[in-house]
Each structure stands twice: as C-alpha cells, then as structure tokens.
Design a protein around this ligand. Structure first.
Ligand code: MN
Length: 735
C-alpha cells in the first residue's frame, strides 16, 4: 500500500482524486475544518494536536479507496464522543448517511472488552459485526485502531498491553476475515511488539542483521525466476520480502524452533496477467525446483472465504532451503490487499451495497461456513444481513452472551445458568429495572436479580424466546409435578393399606409388590406412587391387587351397615341420588395437572366461594373455603394456589354437583316438609337427605343436604325458600 510520509488534508484529497476524480471533495475539506475546530483544545498522548489522528484515519480510508462518506466519517469519528459536537449537527452539515456512520463508530467505541478468553473474543467479534449494520463502520473502526496502534508508544505500559491484546483478539481477526491482509499483518506485528517486546526486538534485530545477505539472496532468486519464466514467454512481476514478524513467531511457536531454523522467512510473490499464466508459472517452477509435498494450495480454484485467491507452493531452493511462493493475477493482488473494499463498486459516488459482486461475496462467506465443522470459525459472523436474528449482551462482568432476536432478561438468566433462570425475580438493563418481558438490544448490560424462594412458573413459557430456556422451565415444572405426585401417591397408598390392615413389609416379602408392578406396568415404587398421585392408578384398582378379598368384604359390610343405620323414613321423599363429591374437574391447581382433588367436609366450598388448597396426607389436594377455620390451622407450607375453572369441568363433560347443607327455621305447620321439598325441586336442585325436628316453642328446624352447581344456584334456592309463608330464616351450614 502507498504510505504517505505525513498525512494532511492535501494528501487525503490527492489520494481521493486519484481513484475518484469526480468526487465532491469540498465536503471532505469542510469536514476536516469542522474536526480541527472541534478538537482544537485537545492534544494526543504524544503532545501532537489531536487533529492528526482523524487526519491519519481518513488517509488510511483513502488508501483503502473508500467512498467520500467513509472518509468524512474518518475525520469526524471522535467528535461526538470527545467534543461538544452532536449527531444532529453532523447530520445537518454532512447528511444523515455520515451521521449514521459516525454514530455506529461511536457506539463501537463505548464497548470495553474485559476478557480475552478465546470464546469471548469470538463473541465480541460477532457483536461488533452485529452492531455495525454498515460494513463501512468496521472499516473506519479498523483504520482508527491501526492508527492508535501505530502511536501506542505514547501510552502507559499497562494500557499498551490491554489495547494490544484486544487488537490481537478482536481487530486483527476482523481485518483478516474482511480480507484486508496488510491491516491484519500490521495489527499483528504491532500487537506483538507490545505484548512480547523481547520476541519482537530479537526478531527485528536478527532479521535486520542478515539484511544485506537477505537482499542479495532475494535479488538473485528473483532474477533466476524471471529468466525461467521468460523462457516460456511469461511476463511477471516478482518480489521477495521477509514475512511479517507475527507469522514468523507463530511458526516458531508451532515448531518450537529458534529463528535460524526457520528457513522460510522470505516469501516470493509472482504477479502475472491472467489465470492461465498462474498455472503455467507454477508448472515452470515445479519443473525447476522440487516442490515440498503437501504444501501446494490452489486458492484460485477454491478461494478462501474472505475472497483471497492465489496459488501457494513451497519448493526446495538451490541451497536446500525452503522457499514459499505465491502466484496470482493483478486483480487477485488487489483483493488480497484491499479485501472487501476491493469488491465494493461505486454507483453514482456511493458504494452499491446491493451490487452483484457484494452479494456474491457475502454469500460465498456464508456458503463456505456451512461446510466448516468448527463453530468458532468466523464466517458465521459475516452474515451481515442474517445477523438481525441475534442479540449480543453483556453480563455485569463483561462477558458476552449471544441470544436470539427478541430475547428477554429471562432468556439471558437461563443462558448464564439454569439456577439463575429458576431463581430470577427481576432484571436491570443498563442499570435500570425492567420487566421480565423486556426485549434486549445488542450492547445492553444485563444484571439478574435472584431470590432463593423463586421458582419458575408456567407463565414464563410465554415470556422466554430461546428453546433452551423453554426446555429448562418445562423440565422444572414437570419435575415439580412428579415430586408432588410421588408424595401424594405414597401417602394415599400407605393410608389405604392401613385402612385394610395390610402391611407393606409383608407385601414386599411375599413378592406381591413385584407381581403388582408387573401388572401395572411400572418398574419402581416411585413410579408406582407417581401413577397413584396423578390418579392414573386409583385406590379401588390397587386395593384389589393387595388386599385379600375377605378384608374388602369385611370393610364393605361395615360400610353397608352404617348406611342402613342412616336411613330414615324421611329418605322416601328424597330423590335417589348417590352421595358424591363432584366438582373436582372444576378446580385448577397451580403448576399441577391431573392432581387428585378433595373438598374439605368442614366447609364444603361451592363454585363461586373463594377457596384455598392444601396438600394433604393421603388425599391429594384438599380444597377449603378461604375463611374455613380448619384451613387457617393448616400447615401453610403445604398451601397451593387453586382456582375454580368451570369451563374446564364443562369441557371435560362433567356437570358440576356439589353437596351443600342448609338449615331452615320455620313455624311448625303440617305439610311443611313437602312444601320445602317442592320449592327446592322447582329450582332444579336434587335433595340427597332431609331431616326435621320441632322445638318447644312451636317452631321447626329442617336440615337439607342438596346438590347444587354453584353459589348462585344455592342463593336462588335460599331466596325461594325465604319467600314461603312460615319460613323464618334459611342458612348454609358448614357441618
Ligand atoms: Mn479515534
């Protein structure tokens, strides 16, 4: 690349005119004066006026033959961050395109890199590309970085090392992927100088010591090559040069070799007119010198993902040394130097972002990547357009997490750690508290607030975006359900065995348990309990397997006798209806499906009553009226959220029938019971039992057990009864 001894406004203008004669360079002049004024009070660390830095950056961009907007951006890139200039002002003076580019560079400058771990570096590179929707932002940033590296000597040593490390981790690879070989090499060499000064200066010394010798060698070998090629009428430009320090050092590291063992310090480059001559030249060279096996690479037939094309070979030289040779055309040479910038075509003074060449370039990067197995390969990161799908955010410690577009703090929490996700109660984004459903943007710093008592809820599934978070939440809920079901199932099973006087130890000994497991298709006790807990294996069903017939019969007799005792003459007026505890289907228990539901007999709640649920020994979840005194005495740790869900019951095809008892105080009069029964029946309510007694003061107290669907129906019955002559009061009783 042409290097100007000193960059000035004049040298920038000269460079631009050389490749873009009709460009409106007066805007560049205006921008330079604007920047000079804005930075007038600032000095660089070297003591030089600050304007030298943006001037140098703009010069580099001109050397890359970029468009005028990019060069103006180079001049203005530090004004918004470091001076009083605003984006509005820049938009007004230089147009919105420049303002957007300056904004992009300013945003990149705000990112600080705190970790150098390999994976992190990869993420940072991706983030930089993601945040720069316009590739020119990156080209300006690379030029900025190159100039900062060139002037790094003026900073304190710890700053030098930090900046050099970041350059090596982030910016040199980006330059490489964009195919701008010379920027990559210079960034690497400068980084080496500050990270490993001993290595750098030793190499510099040894290489310069042999300089005369090397130059003579280069000259002689170039002449020889030239001769051999011209025998075949091949016109070629041939040059030899020492390879850059960083690549020599890497090679020494890889081979654990000292410098004098590294023979191939020099690389020769042959530039010819066309592709045919490339292959012809290769043939001539291989005929003259013995090629080193395995070292020939045809990047013409298969270009590197960044667009680089050349033939590479290593041959054994006249003194038995290895010589690396690259063969390429003029055009390939351009691409090797300018990378992506070489592909970008002008259209009316602007880069044509959608030109066929550019689209092809990006597509090739993406295509290439598809065949790569190593996910760390950069190419995924050069999707550019495809990048809209990802969001890159920081942890408070400065690591980067890659999330999908639309991700929320909950997704982030699960990306950090499953436990952080499970315990997440809130989040701060850039220091501000946000709701869990807040959408994250690239560059956000996210801090998660956790609480040990927090657990995931089903609602979270509607908030999270990533499949990882969804899977973790589902797994947690499922495990919770299983745990509860297992506990319930175990309690139900033991209670039933006790009821029939069967001992578990005995069952295990006799092998009955094993036989039953086979019958039920379960393998372990836990699995068995889970099935009971979920109600898939009902008590009636398993009792049959475990309890001797006689014991069941005996229990049945006891029950029947009890029922017979209960029967009274009044039952004749009662419509035949079995006593049931219907309505289980109308209850939703938080986070639990298919759980066994019972209603507390103490309070017997109706749909419409406010209710609470408790996990009860052997009975699943018991539902109580919210004000039931027994419920208040329960162990609050066993409390679960419950709600009426009439629609659920209706959809499952179950009409709701709930038992309720009412007490009617009336005057004692003949036919009273019949009247009350008719009144109740007229409200379409079944009576399951009735009882009446008279008091000494000529009054009667009737107790009715009814089946109602909900609170509303009960109120209807109560009002109808109260309207009857002789009825004094109707009340719902809880026992
Ligand atoms: Mn700068």
């Amino acid at each position: 690349m042409p290097k100007y001894a000193e960059s000035t406004l004049a040298s920038i203008l000269e460079a631009v005119r050389s490749y873009y004669p009709e460009g409106r360079t007066e805007l560049i002049e205006k921008a330079w004066h604007f920047a000079e004024k804005a930075h007038s009070t600032q000095k660089r660390a070297s003591g030089d006026p600050y304007i030298l830095h943006p001037t140098d950056v703009a010069q580099l961009l001109a050397e890359l033959k970029l468009d005028i907007a990019s060069i103006i951006t180079g001049l203005l890139h530090d004004t918004v961050e470091d001076t009083g200039a605003t984006l509005e002002e820049i938009a007004e003076l230089f147009g919105s395109e420049v303002a957007e580019l300056v904004d992009g560079v300013t945003k990149l400058n705000k990112i600080t890199f705190k970790t150098t771990e390999e994976k992190q570096a990869e993420n940072f590179r991706k983030m930089i590309l993601a945040m720069s929707k316009d590739i020119r932002v990156i080209l300006v940033k690379l030029s900025d970085r190159l100039n900062n590296m060139r002037t790094l000597e003026h900073l304190a040593p710890h700053k030098q090392q930090a900046i050099a490390q970041e350059t090596l981790d982030i910016y040199a690879p980006i330059a490489n992927r964009l195919g701008i070989g010379w920027i990559k090499q210079e960034l690497e060499d400068l980084s080496l100088r500050y990270l490993h000064p001993d290595v750098y200066y030793k190499l510099a010394k040894e290489i310069s010591m042999k300089k005369a010798e090397r130059e003579k060698y280069i000259e002689e070998f170039c002449d020889t090559l030239q001769e051999k090629l011209s025998e075949y009428d091949i016109q070629a430009l041939i040059a030899g040069r020492a390879k850059h320090f960083y690549s020599i050092w890497k090679k020494m590291e890889r081979r654990r070799a000292e410098l004098d063992q590294v023979n191939d310090l020099i690389a020769f480059r042959i530039v010819v007119d066309n592709i045919t001559e490339c292959y012809k030249s290769l043939g001539v060279i291989h005929a003259a010198y013995k090629p080193v096996p395995g070292r020939f690479k045809d990047y013409i037939a298969i270009p590197k993902p960044n667009g680089y094309q050349s033939l590479h070979t290593t041959v054994i030289g006249p003194f038995g040394e290895r010589i690396e040779i690259q063969i390429r055309t003029q055009e390939m040479s351009q691409i090797a130097e300018r990378g992506i910038a070489a592909h970008w075509k002008y259209k009316e003074g602007r880069f044509d972002l959608r030109s066929r060449e550019n689209v092809e370039w990006v597509n090739r990067l993406v295509e290439w990547h598809k065949d790569l197995k190593d996910p760390a390969e950069f190419l995924e990161t050069v999707k550019i357009d495809l990048f809209a799908e990802d969001v890159f955010v920081f942890t408070p410690k400065g690591s980067v997490k890659q999330l999908s577009h639309g991700a929320t703090p909950l997704d982030f929490a699960y990306a950090v750690h499953t436990d952080v996700g499970h315990r997440c109660v809130g989040a701060k984004v850039n220091g501000k508290i946000v709701p869990l459903r807040h959408r994250l943007k690239s560059g956000d710093t996210v801090e998660i607030v956790t609480s040990p008592s927090q657990t995931p809820s089903k609602d979270w599934l509607k908030i999270v975006k990533s499949s990882r978070a969804k899977a973790k939440i589902r797994a947690y809920i499922k495990q919770q359900e299983r745990d509860r079901a297992k506990e319930l199932g175990g309690e139900i099973f033991e209670k039933q065995l006790r009821h029939y006087g069967v001992s578990l130890a005995k069952l295990e000994k006799s092998g009955d348990i094993e036989r039953a497991f086979e019958y039920f298709g379960v393998k372990t006790m836990d699995e068995f309990f889970i099935h009971i807990g979920y109600g898939r294996i009902t008590p009636e069903y398993f009792i049959e397997k475990f309890v001797p017939k006689e014991a069941i019969e005996r229990q049945k007799e006891i029950q029947d006798k009890k029922h017979a005792e209960d029967a009274s003459f009044l039952k004749r007026v009662i419509q035949s209806a079995k006593r049931r505890t219907e309505g289980r289907n109308a209850i939703t228990v938080a986070n639990l499906d298919d759980v066994l539901i019972r209603f507390g007999r103490c309070c017997n709640p109706l749909p419409g009553d406010s209710i609470v649920g408790f996990i009860t020994r052997g009975r699943g979840v018991t539902i109580h009226h919210a004000t039931c005194s027994k419920a208040l005495d329960m162990d609050q740790d066993r409390r679960v959220e419950v709600a009426w869900n009439i629609r659920k019951a209706v959809e499952s095809g179950h009409a709701i029938k709930r038992n309720v008892r009412i007490r009617i105080l009336s005057l004692d009069a003949p036919g009273l019971l019949a009247l009350m029964s008719q009144t109740i029946s007229a409200c379409s309510v079944n009576i399951t039992s009735a009882n009446i007694r008279t008091t000494k003061d000529q009054k009667a107290i009737a107790i009715f057990d009814l089946e109602v669907s909900d609170l509303g129906q009960l109120q209807k019955v109560t009002q109808a009864l109260e309207a009857k002559k002789g009825v004094i009061a109707v009340e719902r009783t809880r026992s």
